[in-house]
Design a protein around this ligand. Sequence first.
Ligand code: ADP
Ligand code: MG
Length: 127
Amino acid sequence: MSTLQADRVSIETGSTEETIRVGARLGEALRGGEFLALTGDLGAGKTHFVKGVAAGLDIDPKSVTSPTFLLIHNLDGRLPLVHMDAYRLKSGEELAEAGAADLQDGESVLVLEWAGNVPDFVPSDAL
Ligand SMILES: Nc1ncnc2c1ncn2[C@@H]1O[C@H](COP(=O)(O)OP(=O)(O)O)[C@@H](O)[C@H]1O
Ligand SMILES: [Mg+2]
């Protein structure tokens, strides 16, 4: 099911495969410099969505794992993919200190799980 309303698109998926496919369609369309802000509880499917985005950037989805303990995971594909996770964070400072801010270079695609934990780190034009 998919609905379009103003600037908001809603897509409901019924399996990990479907979630990965939606992520992949988005990944294929990325041109670099985008920031994807992911929200949703533990188990919502954020990491599976990133696997799809990776596939759309010609990165093996298997190389996408939960970066909860790593903070930042760099992957190389058609464009560099920077996979971040703010699960344990209360502000974006730690991400900035870890060098994430420097990665907003206009070429890399930044994806942040638990974006709601660090609103100060999420650019206003994030998807
Ligand atoms: N439609 C769906 N899309 C993605 N994951 C789903 C879906 N339905 C059930 N799941 C299950 O939910 C879990 C999602 O895990 P994960 O992607 O790691 O979530 P998150 O990163 O949001 O914590 C997986 O164990 C998966 O099997
Ligand atoms: Mg996750």
